[in-house]
Design a protein around this ligand. Structure first.
Ligand code: ADP
Ligand code: MG
Length: 727
């Protein structure tokens, strides 16, 4: 596999609808020359009825099946392509079952070179191949070459029969070229869809769809390109360079769509009047900051200023507070919330998990109740049957239905479903934004009167992604950590070194410290995930006896989880076995050790998040990533964790290794609509898309002009929030 690029085709499904009617795209497949009735029927069953259905069904990757330059056959573990002539065929039957047996074709190189060299093509349980391939046929075959007892063979090769006509030799469809590979639906065969694409491409004129991208494109790279050209090229590219160019063009088009959306949303947000929240009388912010046992870092101060300036302005704030784990975002958020309270408004803080909401509420009470503020916690407790139930607590733990409205409301998404507490929301802070969708965000925003919105994320997303995902927001970055002087040592170690690890953790515990023992999510199922943690808990309880070890996993109820966290926080548990529920935001400064089991199952960004749970207090901290000793790939991947604790470097490495959807965590990437996702690494392309989008909107804010018809339709058909990664 050479180019593995596209994933979902949501985007193209919708572009398809935009294509002009009344043209060749509407021609039924049975009127396309060269397609057999069999192929047409097969495709019709899967919903391909006309030319456009095929044109917009893009290959998800390509294979380089260009013919091997080497004329002599030789063993090859990677598939190679040869142009061959059949010398002899035979069928071997095993037993009586129909079709059981094998079909073999002995072939030589079609060029006549490599004389005497033979290769056996073999199809198991496909004796009917005897009716397909015959002596004298010339074939282009593609597959791995094996050697056994001095004989070379290729099992179940991809093949195409070439009629032997010299002129046609260069025009094979399935091999002997850069070959498109399509995702298959139902009973459809790869060769059928590819054949259809080939014949459809053959009848398409140079211009068959209008461009979505505006002109001029200000960019030499795409000068002579058109949408029609790129679409043709992506099916049957003339060369790797041509394929790359077509992909980049279509990627630019896709980015243009997303940038139009974020740029338009940004313009709309800025056009509604917002709360004017300048410094209030109570000066709560000042009192709060003075009460802290430390000074804000310069970066924190700058962010607080930026946020306060936004809040004082007459337009709603839409700001992203972006800072690595441990950079101290919470305090900045509180400084923002207190400004809202000073001005007589309520402020809400929404966290992605109950544990985190509890932690924020605990901090809020510690810091803010002395200032005379009422803090409410609102989370959805999960009932036995898994349905959500609401639990509303005030600071004393009782149900809160008193007349005094809380100043600050802290909670999980349950916040969204209750407006009895939220009467006058001036500011909404959303922690760990990457866990929330835009739809949820929009819902919360609706509950207030165009409240200011501050979203926080610790995902150190590279600049390109910020532009794409948070393109509608202003960004404040905390690019500096509090100078705690604490180092975190990270080591990758063989999984069989548990005894040593336990001894080390024992020493740390003896010094009064605590540790996390993290187990990965297995098979994306909470059940198995919990099972791994449960058995891990048994193991570690023995290893660490007589110390007590807590257990935390996703199948526990919210109350149970909270109780375990409280007992860990209070030091009752010296160690905590956990699944990734602890990934986000947990702050227990006394914990100095983190062991991560099966570390290779985690993404780098996730490991970085996990590691951010330690090194938060005054003590040196230690992170060990356990991997299978023989797994060299895992060791190579994790090496960066030993080298750096810079989240941005790690995120970039992650982006390169895994593609951007994964950098943002599975929950968010879901079904990433970006088919050309890895191109996201290309800042230039994203910037160009943003420029084009801004220019389009400057000239035509409502996209009302005829030349922007396609762009308008494009926006209307973008995947709805909650599905895609641009949530
Ligand atoms: P994150 O950005 O990961 O959410 P937190 O807000 O949880 O980070 O802060 C991490 C830890 O650092 C907390 O224990 C917090 O009290 C502490 N902290 C925050 N700001 C400072 C500072 N300026 N000086 C010292 N410690 C700080
Ligand atoms: Mg945090």
């Amino acid at each position: 596999m050479l180019f593995d690029h596209t994933e979902s085709c949501a985007w193209f499904g919708m572009l398809k609808q935009m294509a002009d009617s009344e043209n060749i795209l509407d021609r039924p497949l049975n009127q396309v020359g060269g397609l057999s009735a069999h192929v047409v029927r097969q495709l019709e069953k899967e919903g391909f009825s006309k030319v456009s259905d095929v044109v917009f069904y893009l290959p998800f990757r390509h294979e380089d099946r260009n013919k091997s330059e080497i004329t002599a056959f030789q063993p090859s573990p990677v598939p190679v392509c040869h142009y061959v002539r059949v010398v002899k065929t035979s069928v071997r039957r095993f037993g009586n079952r129909r079709g059981s047996g094998s079909f073999e074709a002995i072939v030589e190189h079609a060029s006549g070179l490599g004389l005497g060299h033979q290769l056996t093509l073999r199809w198991w349980n496909m004796t009917f191949m005897a009716k397909v391939i015959a002596e004298g046929h010339e074939l282009v075959v593609h597959g791995k070459v094996k050697e056994w007892k001095g004989r070379l063979s290729m099992d179940h090769p991809e093949y195409e029969i070439v009629n032997g006509d010299e002129e046609d030799e260069g025009e094979t469809i399935h091999a002997g070229r850069i070959t498109p590979i399509y995702r298959l639906r139902g009973g459809m065969a790869q060769k059928s869809i590819r054949t259809a694409a080939w014949h459809v491409a053959a009848i398409l004129p140079n211009h068959f769809v209008d461009d979505v991208l505006p002109r001029p494109r200000d960019d030499g790279e795409f000068a002579g390109m058109s949408r029609s050209f790129a679409l043709k090229e992506i099916h049957f590219p003339a060369s790797p360079a041509a394929l790359e160019k077509a992909r980049r063009y279509l990627a630019l088009e896709e980015f243009y769509g997303f940038q139009l959306r974020v740029a338009k949303r940004r313009r709309e947000m800025l056009s509604v009047p917002g709360n004017v929240m300048a410094a209030g009388d109570a000066s709560l912010v000042g009192q709060f900051l003075d009460s802290l046992p430390f000074q804000l870092t310069a970066a924190q101060q700058r962010c607080v200023q930026e946020i306060h300036a936004d809040m004082a302005a007459g337009r709603p704030m839409n700001r992203l507070l972006h800072g690595d784990v441990g950079s101290g975002k919470t305090i900045v958020a509180f400084a923002a919330m207190l400004r809202a309270v000073e001005c007589g408004r309520q402020a809400a803080l929404m966290a992605p998990t109950q544990i985190l909401a509890e932690q924020h509420a605990r901090n809020a009470r510690k810091w803010l109740e002395p200032l005379g503020l009422r803090v409410a916690l609102m989370t959805a407790a999960r009932k036995e049957d898994g349905s959500g139930g609401e639990m509303i607590l005030d600071s004393s733990g009782d149900a809160l239905f008193s007349s005094a409205k809380p100043h600050l409301i802290i909670g999980t998404h349950a916040l969204l479903h209750n407006d009895s507490l939220v009467t006058d929301l001036g500011l909404v802070v959303i922690d760990e934004q990457h866990k929330f969708g835009v739809a949820q965000r929009a819902r919360l925003i609706k509950q207030g009167r165009a409240p200011d919105v501050l979203v926080m994320t610790a995902t150190p997303i590279p600049r390109t992604l910020t532009l794409t995902i948070y393109g509608d927001l202003d960004v404040s970055t905390i690019d500096q950590r509090p100078q705690t002087g604490v180092t975190i040592v990270t080591k990758v170690r063989a999984a069989n070194k548990l005894k040593d690890a336990a001894a080390f953790l024992g020493e740390q515990i003896a010094e009064g410290r605590q540790g996390y023992l993290v187990f990965p999510l297995i098979e994306e199922s909470e059940r198995t995930d919990a099972a791994a943690a449960v058995s891990g808990h048994e193991t570690w309880s023995k290893l660490l006896a007589p110390h007590s070890v807590g257990l935390l996993h996703g199948r526990m109820s919210a109350e149970e989880k909270d109780l375990v966290m409280q007992r860990f926080r209070s030091g009752e548990f010296q160690a905590l076995v956990s699944t990734t529920v602890i990934e986000v935001g947990i702050d227990v400064p006394n914990a100095t050790v983190m062991y991560i089991h099966d570390a290779s199952r985690f993404g780098l960004a996730q490991l970085h998040q996990l590691r951010g749970r330690i090194g938060r207090g005054a003590h040196a901290s230690f992170c060990v990533l356990f991997v299978d000793d023989k797994d060299e790939d895992a060791k190579a991947k994790l090496a960066i964790m030993e080298e750096t604790s810079d989240g941005f470097k790690i995120a970039e490495e992650d982006l390169i290794r895994r593609g951007p959807g994964n950098v943002l965590g599975h929950a968010q990437s879901g079904q990433a609509p970006l088919r050309f996702a890895e191109l996201l690494a290309d800042t230039r392309l994203v910037r160009l898309a943003r420029q084009l989008a801004d220019r389009t909107l400057d000239a035509d804010p409502q996209l009302a002009r005829p030349e922007n018809r396609l762009a308008r339709d494009l926006l209307a058909h973008l995947p709805t929030p909650g599905q895609g990664m641009l949530q």
